[in-house]
Ligand binder design. Structure first.
Ligand SMILES: N[C@@H](CCC(=O)N[C@@H](CS)C(=O)NCC(=O)O)C(=O)O
Length: 244
């Protein structure tokens, strides 16, 4: 049995890089705590059967999928699926340094950043073709177009103008700014000020997903991202160095 944690993640096109926002929550958490781990890459087309074979409980009915990444295998052979459940387990097993779990803050961060994601998911969908691994690409296009009720041609039409969607996303970005200003106890780029906490990772990782996916798509977003969010994103960069 491996003495290291194994983090299951989605591969990308070459050079292989981590890009899923949900997996980044766990990757940042591991890097933040300095816990040794290695990544195993599972493509979408084998994800359900592979994670199921670990014996974890599926997500409840109505979830995005039954099985998902991030999933982690701890050195004692325990598997945990779902970024929030993994965060709790990491905080329990490796309490120092603490990322100060706070369900109320995490819910607020998730709510605000979730609105940004929903506003930008459709206009930025064509950029996903720059990152999704080639073996997954056809599956991904068909799956996402179906989920968003569109044809593949419309969902992945690169000539669509994304700017009106960014303008429509402004209230969601403003909500992020409000949340990021509301809880500071001192000066600093994080939600609480100078001290990072796990709720910060909800804000950071959606941007990180776009950052990892497409230079052009990311540059577009950054034109609309408020300074509070930009500062937080930059302050978290030190936990993005290990990606494998
Ligand atoms: N609530 C889960 C959501 C994880 C999730 O949806 N992961 C996506 C990748 S970003 C996934 O595994 N999707 C599998 C699929 O679409 O079949 C978490 O926070 O870990």
């Amino acid at each position: 049995m491996s003495q290291e944690i194994i983090l299951y993640d989605l591969p990308s096109q070459a050079p292989c890089r981590s890009w899923s926002g949900n997996v980044w929550k766990t990757r940042l958490a591991l890097n933040f705590k300095g816990v040794p781990y290695k990544t195993e890459w599972i493509p979408y087309i084998r994800l359900q059967e592979t994670i199921k074979s670990f014996g974890v409980e599926p997500h409840p009915p109505g979830s995005w999928s039954e099985f998902s990444v991030p999933t982690v295998r701890f050195p004692d052979g325990t598997y945990v699926m779902d970024s929030a459940a993994i965060a709790k387990e990491l905080e329990y097993r490796y309490p120092s340094p603490s990322f100060r779990l706070n369900p109320k803050l995490e819910e607020e961060a998730h709510g605000a950043m979730g609105k940004v994601f929903m506003a930008l998911a459709v206009p930025l969908m064509p950029y996903a073709t720059e990152v999704v691994s080639l073996e997954d690409l056809e599956w991904f296009k068909t799956d996402r177009a179906r989920r968003f009720g569109m044809t593949v041609e419309v969902a992945f039409d690169k000539s669509k103008d994304p700017v009106p969607h960014f303008v429509a996303a402004k209230p969601a970005f403003e909500e992020c700014s409000r949340v990021l200003k509301a809880h500071k106890v001192d000066e600093g780029p994080f939600l609480l000020g100078s001290q990072p906490c796990y709720a910060d990772f909800y804000f950071m990782t959606t941007l990180q997903m776009f950052h990892q996916s497409s230079k052009e798509g990311f540059a577009l977003i950054m034109e609309y991202v408020p300074s509070e969010l930009k500062n937080l994103f930059e302050a978290c960069q030190k936990w993005t160095i290990k990606q494998d």
